[in-house]
Every structure is written in structure tokens, then in C-alpha cells.
Design a protein around this ligand. Structure first.
Ligand code: ADP
Length: 173
């Protein structure tokens, strides 16, 4: 039984993330998508919201389940009995950070492998940061994320704008 963990913030999930999840689900018996709480990153969606959106978006993948990822990735992977961690690679720019993380994780636990999957070229330029920036400037994000996600991002941005003090008109990160 090969179990892999696909960790990330997914804030919000994009077609790039879904492409990686679909590819990973084909080569594992069980794929656990670990949605990281990541308080350091000040996400726009809570971890529960991100989990729920991921659950909906992956419901067609029968061997995928979505879980909250708290604490160190490698501890989590050990706890769920995973043999591998899956990460997506978009471009050369991802490589350095991902390589460093894979090496550190191997030092911490050498029985868990990191698998890098290369996304479809259609999605290789997508990032959650870009999506948030486009949405904050009222752009159309429907080419990049499922419709339901686009709707929820828009709703979130509108609520944020309403609650934001008038003096701070900037966009996040
Ligand atoms: P993190 O906060 O860990 O960077 P992300 O949600 O940004 O989490 O990304 C999770 C994983 O998905 C990472 O391995 C990242 O490289 C990968 N990823 C993000 N966007 C894409 C994409 N467009 N194509 C392929 N992989 C992607």
C-alpha cells in the first residue's frame, strides 16, 4: 500500500495544484493532500475553508483524501505511514527551494522519498500568489481556478475590501 502526502497551502488551489494531484493519484494507492495551516503566511482562507474547497475539487479522485497538516511535514508523513512526499515543479525557479526542502526532509527521515512531478505546461506559470493579486485588482481568475473557487475568492476579496480601513488600499504580499 503506497501512501503519499501532497503538502501545500493551496490558498487558493489552482488548476496547477489539481494537475499535480491527478498525476500523483495515478501512481499511488492513497494520496493525502495535506493542507498546511501556515499561520506565518497569513492566508486569505482558513485551513478549514481550503480543505473544504480541495475536497470538492478532488471528489472525482477516489483514492485522494484531504487532511489538515499541522506541525512538521515529515512528522505528519510518518504519522500517516506515507512512503513519499509529492511536490510540483513549475519552473527552474522552484528547484532551489524544493531541493533544499527535500534534502532537509531526507536528513530528518531517510525512509520517506520526495517525488517531484512536472506540471502540464498549460499550468506551469500559475501560482496562488498571482491568483490573489489578480483577484485583488478585480481581474478574472476563471481561466486559472475552478469556477467555484473563483466565486469564493471574489467573495472573500469583497468582504476584505469592505472591512479594510480606508487608508490602506494596498494588496497583500
Ligand atoms: P507552499 O506553501 O508549500 O509553497 P503551495 O500551495 O504554493 O504551497 O504549493 C504546493 C505545491 O504545489 C508545491 O510543491 C508547489 O511547487 C506546487 N505547485 C504550485 N503551483 C503549481 C503549478 N502551477 N503547477 C505545478 N505545481 C504547482
Amino acid at each position: 500500500m503506497k501512501i503519499a502526502v501532497y503538502p501545500g497551502s493551496f490558498d487558493p488551489l489552482t488548476y496547477g495544484h489539481l494537475d499535480v494531484a491527478e498525476r500523483a493519484s495515478k501512481i499511488t494507492d492513497t494520496l493525502i493532500i495535506g493542507v498546511a495551516e501556515n499561520p506565518m503566511k497569513q492566508p486569505i482562507f482558513t485551513v478549514e475553508e481550503r480543505m473544504e474547497m480541495m475536497q470538492q475539487a478532488t471528489r472525482h479522485l477516489k483514492n485522494v483524501r484531504v487532511d489538515k497538516l499541522e506541525g512538521l511535514l515529515i512528522d505528519y508523513a510518518r504519522k500517516v505511514g506515507a512512503q513519499a512526499v509529492v511536490r510540483g515543479l513549475r519552473a527552474v525557479s522552484d528547484f532551489e527551494y524544493e531541493f533544499q526542502m527535500a534534502m532537509i526532509n531526507r536528513k530528518l527521515e531517510d525512509r520517506i522519498e520526495t517525488l517531484f512531478l512536472v506540471t502540464s505546461e498549460n499550468y506551469s506559470y500559475l501560482s496562488s500568489t498571482m491568483i490573489r493579486e489578480i483577484a485583488a485588482l478585480d481581474g478574472d481568475i476563471t481561466p486559472f481556478v475552478p469556477e467555484e473557487i473563483a466565486r469564493r475568492v471574489k467573495e472573500k476579496m469583497q468582504n476584505e475590501n469592505r472591512n479594510r480601513p480606508r487608508s490602506s488600499g494596498g494588496i497583500r504580499d
